[in-house]
Design a protein around this ligand. Structure first.
Ligand code: PTT
Length: 607
């Protein structure tokens, strides 16, 4: 099976045993790898309704057949599990040398099961696997642990780790690598912490088998050449994702004051131009030709900033100072928490304070109060005082103290940094994302702002599905970074050709799209099984975008319309072959080769 290594490493921390299992070629064909493989394992192996923080959950690091190969940015790894934040399927995509090394060690995936009695880390060096004591690292921040482990195992040993937030089971704790990469927004770091697993260290020196090595190398070199000679390449290299601040301001989609507005008066103090001015360093994921890691000074050192981080910890909190925003980002990175969820949590408590709910929180914090935000960020990571509540995420906080009308999440995952008062298709993208409100599967907004912006058309629903197929299907399964395509316009045509040279399989766009549809239906089935019920209310965007119009800017007065949105949702379900509740029909499941899923699902919901 060229392309794939054909092996999955399973480490059981309870039994302190590991086994190597063959990857079934039929599974590789139908699910490819990455998210597809992770979703299949979770569906097949998790006991329904399992507590995500129990030893029965599985933490999966899944590569795809392109992961680890030189070419247009294949240094990425999916990290997945049942989410402790949402109770549904959760994953993230982290850029790390661990992705490359895992594949070179001979595996397509690592599945971590059980729970260690004491803190441990997993050390993998080819076919040598050890479970080692991590007692002395527990409690250390993510950056410090990586440095220490590389001192012991060498700089060519790649490390993914958690910080104190993961240890303390903060529901939006992430997995951290290489100081600037954070993956697994829906609490993958907490799942790792629940297993008493501080880190995975992986060294790999083998080859990744290719169907046609010469052809692969030729295509990889040509694709990188095309990408790096794109007209947008040099601006991208100067500002990366950070220029989105200025773009979002212009388009009135920059989240401000807990997604109350789409513009922020002080946007220029935290935008791409400011990042460019103060940049101290530029770093990338492995094997990447378009580094996106722009480092800037924070109060306690330097840190990588990205658009999402800046918007969520800056404009969304009313903080218009890059160095302060960077400091909040640095706290999140070192302690191992997702910046998007943290920005939502802090925005929620600022709004709750403004609305007079401070007595229920036990404190009041004003918009733009950096000192308070910093303290609350630490308290959250360590679950100190009110931080114990904040660590639960926006949905649970609002259930506890009220404020559901301004709790900005979908299915429990906090919304990433695009305000949707005036962006119905983007609202649909958030609401139907397979992990909860994240932009990764369909960043439709850049297209939507150029169309009939406030319209609720079938074309918009179709565009969301199209993007979900490509971003959530193609890139999350062969596992590579989507930025070459999204940001510098590398043609999608390269990927089937590259895939064929790697695997020998004739992969048409239709093949990738069908795999994407299969995975979407499977993940939706997983959510339904874990919740034990389903309704279209689960696919609704946050209430605020319907109820509270924008109060300023060129789109003043704009808000989502309930009937219009429901129409959009109906179109979406129709295209996907799901019923009016958002449940894949039996015919759809069978058409996608998921008859066995239909059988099990019908025990939980009428099909
Ligand atoms: C990703 C999410 C994003 S998406 C950002 S910025 W972005 C935030 N980054 C965080 C961070 O940093 N520190 C932190 N403590 N929390 C953070 N949370 C947020 O996490 C790097 C890039 C980016 S930067 C994006 S869009 C693209 N994402 C891809 C994806 O999802 N799939 C894919 N096939 N290719 C992608 N390429 C791009 O990769 P999650 P990363 Mg990723 C400091 O992790 O869980 O998916 O959430 O992580 O390796 O850093 O991605 O403007």
């Amino acid at each position: 099976m060229p392309g794939w290594q054909g092996l999955i490493l399973r480490v059981n921390l309870t039994k302190r045993k590991w086994v190597v299992q063959r990857l079934d070629p039929a599974v590789a064909r139908d699910f490819i790898g990455g998210r597809g493989l992770a979703a299949k394992i979770l569906w097949d192996e998790l006991p329904p309704g399992v507590d995500p923080l129990s030893p029965h959950n599985k933490l999966i690091f899944a590569a795809g057949p392109l992961t680890g190969l030189p070419g247009p940015n294949f240094g990425k790894l999916v990290v997945a599990a049942k989410s402790p934040l949402t109770g549904g399927y959760g994953d993230g995509n982290i850029g790390s040398w661990a992705a490359v090394n895992l594949r070179k060690a001979g595996y397509d995936a690592l599945v971590v099961e059980g729970r260690a009695e004491r803190p441990v880390y997993i050390y993998i060096d080819g076919d040598k696997v050890e479970i080692l004591d991590a007692g002395e690292y527990w409690g250390l921040n993510a950056w410090a642990v990586e440095e220490k482990l590389q001192k012991i195992h060498g700089r060519d040993a790649a490390v993914v780790t958690i910080g104190p937030a993961g240890e303390n089971l903060v529901r939006f704790a992430t997995v951290i690598s290489q100081k600037g990469r954070s993956g697994g927004r829906p609490g993958m770091g907490a799942v790792m912490g629940s297993k008493n697993l501080k880190a995975v260290v992986v060294r790999g020196r083998g080859e990744i088998p290719l169907a046609d090595k010469a052809q692969y190398q030729k295509l990889a070199v040509e694709a990188v050449k095309e990408g790096s000679s794109s007209p947008s390449y040099s601006f991208w290299m100067r500002q990366g994702t950070n220029s989105t601040v200025e773009w979002a301001q212009e388009a009135s989609v920059l989240p401000a004051y807990n997604f109350t507005e789409g513009q922020f008066d002080e946007f220029s103090k935290i935008g791409g131009a400011m990042v460019e001015k103060f940049e101290t360093d530029l770093k990338s994921c492995p094997l990447c030709f378009m580094a996106c890691g722009h480092w800037v000074p924070a109060e306690s050192g330097t840190v990588e900033v990205d658009y999402e981080n800046i918007a969520m910890l800056g404009s969304n909190l009313g903080i218009g100072d890059l160095q302060k925003v960077a400091e909040l980002n640095r706290i999140a990175d070192t302690l191992g928490m997702d910046t998007i969820s943290l920005g939502n949590v802090l925005g929620f408590v600022m709004e709750a304070s403004e609305r007079g709910l401070g007595d229920r929180l036990g404190f009041v914090v004003e918009w733009g109060d950096f000192e308070a935000a910093r303290q609350l960020a630490y308290d959250t990571a360590y679950r100190r005082g009110v931080g114990d509540l904040l660590a639960e995420g926006v949905r649970r906080i609002s259930e506890r103290i009220g404020g559901e009308d301004f709790a900005i999440h979908v299915k429990g995952l906090e919304v990433s940094a695009y305000d949707c008062h005036a962006a119905p298709a983007m609202a649909l993208a958030y609401a139907t994302s397979p992990i909860g409100a994240h932009h990764k599967d369909a960043w439709v907004i850049s297209w939507e702002v150029k169309t009939d912006r406030l319209g609720y058309t079938k074309e918009k629903a179709a565009k969301v599905v199209e993007l979900q197929r490509i971003r959530g299907g193609w890139f999350e399964t062969f596992v590579g970074c989507r930025f070459p395509w999204v940001e510098v316009g590398l043609s999608l045509d390269w990927y089937p050709k590259i895939f064929k040279a790697a695997t020998g399989l004739d992969a048409t766009p239709d093949y990738f799209n069908e795999v994407g549809d299969r995975i979407y239906a499977l993940i939706r089935a997983f959510w339904i099984r874990e919740y034990g019920w389903w309704s279209r209310e689960m696919d609704m965007p946050p209430k605020k975008w319907f109820k509270q119009p924008l109060s300023k800017g060129p789109l003043k007065g704009a808000r989502l319309d309930y009937d219009g949105y429901n129409k959009l949702l109906d179109y979406y379900y129709e295209i996907r072959g799901w019923d009016a509740r958002g449940v894949p029909t039996r015919e759809t499941l069978e058409r996608l080769g998921l008859g066995y899923v239909a059988e099990q699902l019908s025990k939980f919901i009428e099909l």
